[in-house]
Design a protein around this ligand. Structure first.
Ligand SMILES: [Zn+2]
Length: 278
């Protein structure tokens, strides 16, 4: 028994470390994508003194703690966002592992589901932070999400009647949803995308783009495609409830004025993720 627990802690820690390393890459994407800076080739620099950062400045979470949140060279404070994103990404990778019960150090088709959920979460996190900071959802992220969703649904469909036995039934239920038999579930996915985009697109037209952006319209199309029409309607409802609650809370606490914008993308992503995981 102790051996199993020890194994699981070892495996979880490993997943967390991998996740936090990916998180530090997500930080780069979040910082550079809205500013059109090369994500891969340019080395990381301090945002204040522009000093190139070395290996020991870039260890996820640890560097921030050891340097007490300050740049090693100019000693100015560095945003808490960096370790936070690394931490959230690490927790997400561990959570998906636990949630799907992926076997440690053993090849399993569950890794297909895990990989899908991991990447889904990574892209969602980047969209959430960029939308909160810049009020935009870059098309390249929505397209990346679309490719991941199409690849995953395709892999599931190719599995045909076999896949319920080879993948986690929880996730299968959530994704394939209500039309599990025959080819009709493809239709459910397509209707989901159309319903989502159609509804938000209608709102976008009526409010002349003040209520939400075209980015939201495109994003919900992809999310609807992923979960099918039934879960799309549920998730949209949840997103509006979440949005209203948080919007009112922001008004009461005075963090936002009546006319200021509240991005809708984060509520969409949280609501759809909730419907996939429950
Ligand atoms: Zn500096």
């Amino acid at each position: 028994m102790t051996r199993i627990v020890a194994m699981s802690i070892e495996f979880s820690s490993m997943l967390f470390i991998y996740g936090s390393i990916i998180g530090s890459f997500l930080n780069v994407v979040i910082l550079r994508l809205p500013r059109n800076i090369d994500i891969v080739r340019k080395s990381s620099r301090c945002p204040h003194c522009k000093h190139t950062l070395g290996f020991f400045d870039l260890i996820p979470i640890l560097s921030f703690v050891v340097l007490q949140g300050k740049c090693r060279y100019c000693h100015k404070y560095i945003s808490f966002q960096y370790p936070l994103i690394e931490f959230i990404t690490g927790v997400w990778v561990v959570f998906v592992g636990w949630w799907l019960h992926i076997p440690a150090f053993e090849l399993s088709s569950l890794y297909l589901d895990a990989a899908f959920l991991w990447v889904l979460g990574f892209i969602a996190l980047v969209i959430v932070v960029i939308d909160i900071k810049h009020y935009i959802i870059p098309d390249v992220l929505t397209i990346a999400l679309l490719l991941v969703v199409v690849a995953y649904i395709g892999a599931k469909a190719l599995g045909g009647g076999v896949y319920p036995t080879i993948t986690n039934p929880l996730l299968l239920d959530a994704i394939v949803g209500y039309d599990i038999k025959g080819s009709s579930h493809f239709l459910s996915h397509i209707i989901g995308g159309l319903v989502g985009s159609g509804f938000l697109g209608g709102l976008w037209l009526i409010t002349k783009g003040k209520g939400m952006g075209l980015g939201d319209v495109k994003l919900v199309g992809v999310l609807g495609l992923l979960v099918g029409w039934h879960a799309t309607i549920e998730s949209l409802g949840l997103a509006f409830i979440l949005g209203s609650v948080v919007g009112v809370a922001l008004l009461i606490t005075g963090s936002k004025k009546m006319k200021s914008m509240v991005p809708f993308g984060p509520f969409l992503l949280v609501a759809f993720l909730f419907s996939i995981l429950t």
